[in-house]
Design a protein around this ligand. Structure first.
Ligand SMILES: Cc1cc2nc3c(=O)[nH]c(=O)nc-3n(C[C@H](O)[C@H](O)[C@H](O)COP(=O)(O)OP(=O)(O)OC[C@H]3O[C@@H](n4cnc5c(N)ncnc54)[C@H](O)[C@@H]3O)c2cc1C
Ligand code: FES
Length: 254
């Protein structure tokens, strides 16, 4: 088990509504799709994907509950206790790629996109204020979808992705976002016979395979994933349907 190390927040950037990036330096060497556990003493510990890789690294955090709200109160110069990198990241497959990110799922996909200069990119959110990394990937001319039509295609990321799958040949889809969206992408991958890798977000306590809080159909997302491949995803009957509450109890997703 990796021990905590302390990092200092060097810069904070506003990215979208309720989303901030926290940049720091350390000597760890994460791969796209891997995550860290961030500990805010006296508040919470939670998993966060690495959104910027290199000498300067970053976490891009959407304010959801108590832990992430406290993180949004931090200022440049404040400290973070982190452990990681953990988990299985994305595997780069040769060929033409389609990357589909919904909401804060774009944080997980961003370092991967930077390694795939020819990939087609779909950035989606409920509304234009929530679209993440439009500026970061402007030169890549991403396809944009908003549920309310406030920018780009009016409709779900999956509808826009299906239009692309009908028009173009792809070898692999990479996706991260709300689980029902990822389930729909897995079904599209099967329909169009394209490989897929999806990064799942489940409730995590230990992050290292001990507590089982993150399990889905016998897989532990923290160590077997968070990135899963087509055959594993096809076998997950709980994907997009059943999740575990913080108590460990299974509950139906709404
Ligand atoms: C591998 C992984 C990578 C992630 N990467 C990012 C990222 O890059 N950017 C980002 O904004 N968010 C990311 N998340 C989600 C992030 O961990 C949760 O938003 C955060 O834990 C919420 O904590 P909270 O204390 O603010 O909210 P809480 O009040 O604890 O909970 C609010 C909601 O978040 C969910 N949640 C709470 N804790 C966890 C947890 N430990 N794991 C998963 N879901 C949880 C709960 O089910 C609840 O619906 C990631 C999650 C996982 C599993
Ligand atoms: S978070 Fe404990 S087993 Fe995955």
């Amino acid at each position: 088990m990796r021990m905590y190390h302390v990092v200092e927040i060097e810069e904070i950037h506003e990215e979208a509504k309720d989303v901030r990036t926290f940049l720091f330096r350390d000597s760890s060497e994460p791969k796209p799709g891997q995550f860290y556990m961030i500990w805010l003493p006296g508040v919470d510990e939670f998993p966060m994907s690495i959104s910027h890789i290199g000498e300067v690294k970053g976490f891009t955090v959407k304010k959801i509950g108590a832990g992430t709200a406290r993180m949004h109160e931090l200022r440049e110069g404040d400290k973070l206790w982190i452990r990681g990198p953990y988990g299985r990241g994305f595997e780069i497959i040769p060929g033409r790629a389609l990357v589909v990110g919904g909401g804060s799922g774009m944080a997980t996909l961003a370092p991967l996109i930077e390694m795939l200069p020819n990939a087609d990119i779909v950035i989606a959110a409920r509304t234009r204020d929530e679209l993440l990394f439009l500026e970061r990937f402007r030169e890549r001319k991403p396809w944009i979808a908003t549920d309310d039509g406030s920018l780009g295609f009016k409709g779900f990321a999956t509808q826009l992705a299906e239009n692309l799958l009908q028009d173009r040949e792809y070898d692999v889809i990479y996706t991260c976002g709300p689980e029902p969206m990822m389930l729909a992408m897995v079904n599209l991958a099967r329909k169009y016979s394209v490989g897929i890798q999806a990064s799942l977000e489940r409730y995590m306590k230990c992050g290292i395979g001990i507590c089982d809080s993150c399990s889905i159909n016998g897989y532990r997302v923290c160590v077997d994933g968070p990135v899963f491949h087509a055959e594993e995803l096809f076998s997950m009957t709980e994907l997009g349907k059943v999740r575990r509450a913080p108590s460990g109890r299974k509950e139906v997703m709404r």
